[in-house]
Design a protein around this ligand. Structure first.
Ligand SMILES: C[S@@+](CC[C@H](N)C(=O)[O-])C[C@H]1O[C@@H](n2cnc3c(N)ncnc32)[C@H](O)[C@@H]1O
Ligand code: SF4
Length: 390
């Protein structure tokens, strides 16, 4: 069903969602809540996550844990002792791969930087730092609770403390020129020491403050032509600095710097999701099962209390067509592409007329083993997927 590597225990990635944020950013539609300092609730949540991990292990049986990813929200607001307990629970639940990757998303404020050493001691090896921009005007537009100097300080400290550092940046801010974006990217790559960069195009998500602001005419999102220029500038600047674009928004300095956790998603491997609103994909007796934990903190705590699992034990068994569609959607985001063997339920082959037509348009490259999107294809990925999945 999935193209996981043969031999030994089946691989498993673990996603841990920590929903608290010091301030909710106007563009963000992740499952987040404002951190009001409710330590007791947070301690309960950490304990519930530990219990949820143990319940997942009873369900999956023995597996090889290849990555743990603390995402959010802002897991750098988590007390390091809870991160250590969650890591210990995961290591006890499954067999740790010798190259187990442990990543954590952090915001670059001085207060959080003060916790970096504790998070490193708890076992985090890879920090994914949300610097977003390197000038105060852009950070203020994005509603961030830190300035550029603070972000740079946090990045330098993180580079010194953690063996692996990734930076998140957002581009396509209104009025941003390719020159200004190029300068930001070049500074991030040259001066802050990351092995990995995620460059996300600003998207205006329904339900966010930015969506309301655009509706009221406060600002206009950049048009498709400028967005494409900014995307091309991203590829060019980072390629020159030795980063390969191994996924639409992700760039790594060499294969060892790629995010093993995200690769598990993009390759269709199994992953468990714990914490409010976390999603998972497990291979259970009924087949590939989609899980979704209760998004609200109180509901999540109640579900774990009742059933052990944050998703209450009622997952959705996916059809082989749905599994193949996910594999296609995820695989085409990456340089590796989606293997033909995983696309059989969609009847897609190298000689399929729809594949041929997209290849002639320069949007996909059908190889012997896998279907890949070209760089031009990745820029219009949704349109490519629509044509392949009709
Ligand atoms: C879940 S957030 C967590 C990171 C951390 N809390 C922070 O803000 O630095 C992961 C990343 O998603 C990106 N992101 C979130 N909403 C976005 C949007 N609407 N458009 C583009 N990027 C977005 C940001 O770059 C952010 O760092
Ligand atoms: S971007 Fe990060 S800090 Fe801002 S609301 Fe989203 S998760 Fe929280």
């Amino acid at each position: 069903m999935t193209d996981a590597p043969p031999g030994g225990l089946r691989p498993l990635a673990l996603y841990v969602h920590w929903p608290y944020c010091a301030r909710v950013c106007p563009y963000c539609d992740f499952n987040v809540v404002r951190d009001r300092g409710r330590r007791q609730e947070q301690a309960q949540l950490a304990s519930a996550i530990v219990a949820d991990i143990a319940a997942h292990a009873r369900l999956t049986g023995p597996m090889r844990l290849t990555s743990i990813f603390f995402g959010g929200g802002t897991p750098s607001l988590m007390a390091p002792v809870w991160a250590a307990e969650i890591i210990a629970a995961a290591r006890a639940a499954w067999t740790s791969d010798e190259a187990l990757e442990i990543s954590l998303e952090a915001n670059p404020t001085d207060a959080e930087a003060g916790r970096f050493a504790g998070l490193r001691a708890a076992g985090v090896q890879r920090l994914s730092l949300g610097v977003q921009a390197l000038d105060d005007a852009s950070l203020s537009f994005l509603g961030r609770n830190h300035g550029a100097d603070e972000a740079i300080r946090a990045a330098r400290l993180a580079a010194a403390l953690f063996p692996r550092l990734s930076l998140d940046l957002i581009y396509a801010l209104p009025g941003q020129t390719p020159e200004a974006w190029t300068e930001t990217l070049a500074r991030a790559a040259d001066e802050l020491g990351p092995e990995h960069l995620s460059a996300y195009q600003l998207t205006i998500e329904p339900g966010t403050a930015f969506h309301r602001a655009v509706g009221r005419g406060r600002f206009t999102p950049v048009d498709a032509e400028l967005a494409a220029q900014l995307y091309e500038a991203t590829q060019a600047v980072l390629e020159r600095r030795g980063f390969d674009a191994y996924e639409v928004s992700n760039h790594a300095r060499g294969a060892g710097a790629r995010s093993r956790h995200n690769l598990a998603y993009w390759r269709g491997w199994a992953y468990a999701g714990v914490g409010p609103g976390a999603h998972g994909r497990l291979d259970l007796d009924g087949g590939r099962t989609a899980t979704a934990a209760a998004p609200g903190i109180a509901d999540y705590l109640a579900a774990v209390e009742r059933t052990g699992l944050g998703w209450g034990g009622a997952g959705e068994v996916l059809t082989s067509q749905a599994v193949a569609e996910e594999r296609l959607m995820m695989g085409l985001r990456t340089e590796e592409g989606a293997p033909w063997s995983a696309l059989a339920a969609l009847s897609l082959t190298p000689s399929h007329p729809r594949v041929q037509a997209l290849a002639e348009a320069g949007l996909v490259a059908p190889g012997a083993e896998a279907l890949r999107a070209t760089r031009a294809g990745r820029l219009v990925l949704n349109a490519v997927l629509e044509r392949l999945m009709v």
